[in-house]
Design a protein around this ligand. Structure first.
Ligand SMILES: Cc1cc2nc3c(=O)[nH]c(=O)nc-3n(C[C@H](O)[C@H](O)[C@H](O)COP(=O)(O)O)c2cc1C
Length: 260
């Protein structure tokens, strides 16, 4: 079968998963098209991929799971026996059930998983953990994952014989509850709305960007990163507690797991 296009379907609020996905894609000899779900979409788009497309799915691990918001988008994304490969990035703690959940979800929707990988990265909540990862060495491992996927799609005519096993348990672990709600400082906020426009869950009101809907906020902290005035922050006590808890359970030198 002649492969058609590489479709990049991802969720990456703070950009690390996107970076990993792009490096993988760079090593696959197919024209690529991106579907970025990090930008809020009120209406969930319906996508159907052909049997001769190749889809790379990318997620950050949230609470050892697929981010719940991305799972909602995945419900409308279907394949026709379409080969797919998975990428999960995580902040040097654990990825637990995330790869298994992603694999089972996309397989239920008509994809055939032919590769999966979990890459340790900088922790988006406490960036001193796994700081600046993926680093140069990580990028080589990520590029090699792309090379191996490319070899696989070039060689195989049918993927029936391919069987990928990833770690994880089903039922999946309980999804965590967000308690980090960044607040805007009214004395420095210029109402530029960068936070509201970039919020992946539509939790920040465009009309009143100093207001955050706690029911919608997923705690990705993207709004803090995009605020040029450094006006948005979480409480320093909460950050200290989180940082001390994560520092105990994360290992900065974790290595990639690749399943082919
Ligand atoms: C709400 C939330 C939950 C997270 N949960 C985990 C986790 O369970 N394990 C882990 O190692 N990292 C966890 N992380 C860190 C991210 O998975 C990691 O930094 C990822 O690379 C971020 O990707 P992105 O930059 O594409 O958004 C979490 C981050 C957030 C914001």
């Amino acid at each position: 079968m002649k492969m058609n296009e590489l479709k990049l379907v991802y969720f990456s609020p703070t950009g690390t998963t996107r970076k990993v996905l792009m490096e993988t894609a760079r090593n696959i000899d197919l024209k690529s098209v991106s579907f970025d779900f990090s930008v809020y979409k009120e209406k969930k788009p319906v996508l159907r991929f052909a049997a001769n497309d190749f889809v790379l799915f990318g997620i950050p691990v949230y609470y050892g799971r697929v981010p719940a918001l991305f799972t909602e988008y995945l419900a409308n994304i279907t394949g026709s026996g379409t080969p797919a490969a998975l990428i999960a990035t995580y902040g040097c703690r654990e990825y637990e059930d995330a790869l298994l959940e992603l694999k089972e979800t996309v397989e239920k929707n008509g994809f055939k998983v032919i590769g999966a990988a979990a890459f340790p990265a900088e922790h988006s909540l406490v960036p001193t953990i796994g700081a600046r990862r993926p680093n140069k060495n990580d990028m080589k491992v990520i590029a090699d994952y792309g090379v191996q996927l490319n070899r696989r799609i070039r060689k195989e005519t049918a993927f029936d014989s391919v069987s990928i096993h990833v770690p994880g348990n089903s039922p999946y672990r309980k999804y965590g509850r967000n308690s980090l709600f960044p607040k805007a400082d009214v004395s420095t906020c210029t109402v530029c709305r960068a936070c509201a426009k970039s919020c992946p869950s539509g939790a920040i009101s465009i009309k009143e960007p100093m207001k955050t809907d706690h029911k919608k906020c997923i705690g990705c902290l993207k709004c803090i990163r995009v605020c040029k005035q450094n006006s948005r922050a979480i409480s320093s006590i909460k950050f200290r507690i989180l940082s001390s808890r994560l520092n105990k359970v994360c290992q900065n030198d974790r290595q990639a797991d690749i399943f082919l």
